[in-house]
Design a protein around this ligand. Structure first.
Ligand SMILES: NC(=O)c1ccc[n+]([C@@H]2O[C@H](COP(=O)([O-])OP(=O)(O)OC[C@H]3O[C@@H](n4cnc5c(N)ncnc54)[C@H](O)[C@@H]3O)[C@@H](O)[C@H]2O)c1
Length: 398
């Protein structure tokens, strides 16, 4: 898991949903009929680095999914994983993507490879679920969404943390009118940088990385889940050091270059008129700010860390103290991979909740903040996305 913090061209403007299969109808608040689990989706993982162990742990508990194959550029990693698990084949990347036994490619590569692997899988007619961000750029992400639309395959994307009880309970309170009309939100993530703990942190400081593109997907996806799509943004960004020093692992002490801004702030104007203020930083020691606060005309909410699946939601009504809202929505016992289980359960004709259209909008919001920071002016966000269907309080695990 990311550390518990404090614990273009051809861009499809206002991208709609992915292609809906015949008879499909999507409505954000529509009651979802659950398909029976039936045959699990057979999963092939590409990319066996730091985060892959968490996925494999979650997959083992999810009856909707079965791991059948693994691949990595470093083939020995695939062999090690397969040797430790019965029924899992170690394959080359091309072999895995083409393999008839693989229904869905779980893309856990670094951001610079996300689009390339996704496009290859879509071309092979496979469903894909990938780690965030959807791609390194909005232009690349658009190609992924367009290719999926043309091929009629499903594409899902992290984060799926927002499907857990933390963000979903807050969303339910907002949707039920408990805080009145939502007016504003804040989202704050401050850390000294992932080089303190990640053994190969290079990608966090290259295009596609930085605090906004790396951690922003959690916060911006939560903000869109809570308050709806973003119409325009204004941003400002800075960086402190031209290099960073790896803190742990075999490369500890090695200096790596920094090619991205490491402190990014933005204001997001949602289509609803609500304003969110975002601070994403690899340049601060710590923060005591709530990860997310949402302010309505009648009450304020604190929302737990969107990089976690659960956590306390607190409400403050004038003349009252902070009160705990018990979990009222969301997948219980969440772990990385529940977004893929949600995709496996999504009936024909509907988009999974952690879908590529939403991920593309989130990427576009983040890229627009960086563009605004460069240009010193408000930037319109060209894409949009529907809020995914709310998650009833339920369990996915077997
Ligand atoms: N590390 C975390 O705690 C964490 C948490 C949440 C999300 N993520 C996301 O997960 C993704 C992977 O992160 P990580 O920390 O596991 O990275 P990592 O560098 O530890 O692992 C990436 C793996 O992908 C392989 N790879 C890279 N390009 C490839 C390609 N073209 N084909 C096949 N294999 C390829 C690498 O050899 C490596 O084994 C990133 O998008 C990251 O943002 C990471």
């Amino acid at each position: 898991m990311d550390p518990a913090l404090g614990g273009g061209q051809g861009v499809r403007r206002h991208a709609g949903a992915q292609r809906r299969r015949p008879g499909g109808h999507q409505c954000p608040h529509h009651h979802r009929e659950r398909s029976p689990v039936g045959k699990p989706l057979d999963v092939g993982i590409v990319g066996l680095g730091n985060i892959s162990a968490q996925y494999m742990t979650t997959l083992a508990d999810l009856p909707q999914l079965r791991l059948v194959a693994v691949a990595d550029l470093a083939h020995h990693r695939a062999e090690e994983v397969a040797a430790a698990r019965g029924g899992v084949q170690a394959l080359d990347v091309d072999q895995l993507i083409a393999h008839p036994a693989v229904d869905v490619v779980l893309n856990l590569t670094v951001p610079a490879a996300h689009a390339e692997i996704a496009l290859q899988a879509i071309a092979a007619g496979k469903d894909v679920y990938g780690e965030k961000p959807l791609a390194a750029t909005t232009a690349e992400g658009t190609k992924v969404v367009e290719a999926a639309l043309a091929a009629g395959v499903r594409v899902g994307c992290a984060p799926d943390t927002v499907l857990g009880t933390g963000t979903q309970t807050a969303r339910r309170a907002i949707d039920d009118g408990v805080i009145g009309r939502p007016v504003a939100a804040t989202a704050t993530m401050t850390t000294p940088g992932h080089e303190a703990w990640h053994p190969n942190p290079d990608f966090y400081y290259q295009p596609g990385g930085g605090p906004l593109l790396d951690m922003g997907p959690y916060y911006v996806t939560a903000l869109v889940t809570l308050l709806g799509p973003v119409a325009d943004v204004v941003g400002a960004a800075s960086h402190t050091r031209a290099s960073r020093v790896i803190g742990r692992g075999p490369r500890a002490g090695e200096s790596i270059p920094v090619a991205v801004d490491s402190h990014v702030t933005g204001i997001l104007r949602h289509a609803s008129g609500a304003l969110s203020t975002l601070v994403m930083s690899f340049d601060g020691a710590k923060t005591r700010a709530a990860p997310i606060e949402v302010h309505g005309e009648e009450a304020s909410l604190t929302v737990p860390d969107p990089n976690q699946f659960d956590g306390d939601v607190l409400i403050h009504r004038p003349a009252h103290d902070w009160e705990l809202l018990p979990p009222s929505a969301g997948y219980l016992d969440g772990g990385r991979g529940i977004g893929l289980a949600d995709l496996a359960l999504t009936p024909t004709g509907r988009e999974p909740r952690a879908n590529a259209t939403l991920a593309l909008h989130v990427l576009d919001v983040m890229e627009s903040i960086l563009r605004s920071a460069e240009q010193g002016a408000w930037a319109a966000v060209g894409t949009t996305a529907e809020r995914p269907a709310p998650v009833p309080l339920s369990a996915l695990t077997g």
